[in-house]
Design a protein around this ligand. Sequence first.
Ligand SMILES: [Fe+2]
Ligand SMILES: [Fe+2]
Length: 480
Amino acid sequence: MSIAQVDYNGLIPNNVGLGDDVRVKRALEKWHPGYINWWKDMGPDGFQESMVYLRTAVSVDSKGWAVFDYVRMPEYRWGILLAPAAEGRTIPFGAHAGEPAWQEVPGEYRAMLRRMIVIQGDTEPASVEQQRHLGKTAPSLYDMRNLFQVNVEEGRHLWAMVYLLHKYFGNDGRDEAEGLLQRRSGDADTPRMLGAFNEATPDWLSFFMFTFFVDRDGKMQLEAQAQSGFDPLSRTCRFMLTEEAHHMFVGETGIGRTVQRTCEAMVKAGIDDPGNIEAVRKLGVIDLPTIQKKLNLHYSLALDLFGSEVSTNAANVFNAGLKGRFQEHRLQDDHKLETAVYPVLKLVGGEIKRVDEPALTALNMRLRDDYTNDCSKGVARWNKIIEATGVKFALTLPHVAFHRHIGEFRNTHASPTGELLDAATWDKKKDDWLPSSADGDFIAGLMQPVVEPGKFASWIAPPKVGIDNKPGDFEYVKIA
Ligand SMILES: [Fe+2]
Ligand SMILES: [Fe+2]
C-alpha cells in the first residue's frame, strides 16, 4: 500500500502502518473511548445525531484527497494522516542543518519537542470547545456545515498530535494525551494552555474572526513546524496545513460576506455614512465600525499567541532544529542565524522604536511579521468588497502595540494607530476600539438561526459557490 492511500479497515484510519504497530495501535484504541466521550460532551451541542455533509480524507496526495458524504459527527472517521516522506530529507536549519532528518526523537531535545507537540495539540480541542454552541445560531445550513467541518478537522488535528505523543514519547506521551482530554477552554481550574483559546466565541462574527485570525496563527505555527528536523512532526504538519486552508477560507469568506451584506443594505437604504450606526443596525446588518472592533479584538488576541518578541526559548527550538521559520526552505541565508540581526519593535524611553536584535532570539517577532503580512492580504480583499459597493470605509489591522497582554507592549496602552496613552485615556476610549457589551448584545440579537435550505440570515450574503459545487438550496445538514 502506498503512503498516499489510507487504511480504513481498522478502528483508526491511518497511513502510518498502524496495523503493524501493535503497541501504538493498542495505546490509541485505549485513548479512543475517552476522545469520543470528550467529543460528545464538548463537541457541537445539539447536533450529534444530525447528518452533516462532510469531507473526509481518503488519501494524502495533492489532488482529490477528500470525499464528501453525509455522516453523523461522532461517526466521523478521525484518522492519522502524514504527508508522504521526502526521500533523503535533511534538517533544514539550526545547529544540525544538513544532517539527515530525525526519524526518532533526538534524546537531548526530547522535553522541548514534547512541549511543542502538547501546546499545538492543546489548541485543537480548545477551539472545538469554544465553538460548541454556535450550531444553534447558524445563519444558514451552509455555514453550519462549515462550522462542523472545521470542528471535526480540529478533532483530527488532536489525533495527529496524540499519535506523535503515543508513538514517540512512551509513558510521558500517554499522560500528555490524557491531559489533552482533561483541560477545558475557559475553565477556572484546568484551562487550555494559551490565552486566546480560553476566550469565548459568543457569536458567528467572532467565529469568522477566530477562523481568520486564530486559525491563521495555527497555520503559521504549522508552517514553522512543517520545517522541523523531526520528520514525523514535519509530515504531520504538512498534511494538517491542507485542512487548515479550509478553516481560513471559512473565516475570510465569512467576514467578506458579512461586510458585503452590510454595504449592500446601506446602499439600498441610501445611507452614506458608515458611522451612522443606529440607522445601519436598523437594517438588520452589522455596522462596519463594529466589525472593525471585532477585528481589533481578535487580531490583538492572536498576536499574543506568538509569545514574546524576544525569546531565548524560540532561539533554542530553532537551534535544535525543531521549529523553523515561515517558508524556511525559500529563505536565502545560512539557516543558522549565528550573526544575523532582525528589527524588533520595542518600547524605548516611552516610545515605540525598531531595534536590531539577534535574529535567533527575534524568531517570534519574525513569524508574527509574516503573520501580519498574511492577514493584511485578507483585509485588502475585504476592502475590495466594500469599495465595489461604493461605500467609503476601509478595515485596517490595528497597531501591534494595541491591546496586548504578552510581550513588549503588555504593560502599556496604545490606540489602534499605535499612539501610547495613559490609563485614564484608554479607559475612556476603549469602547470605541473594542466590542462593548452593548455591541455584543446587538450582535447576539441578530444571531437568529436559519435552517431552511438555501436561506440566509439577514446579516450575511450567500456564498458565491457551494461546497463541493452543490447548488444553493442543498441541504448541507439534515438536522435530527
Ligand atoms: Fe487545527
Ligand atoms: Fe484550524
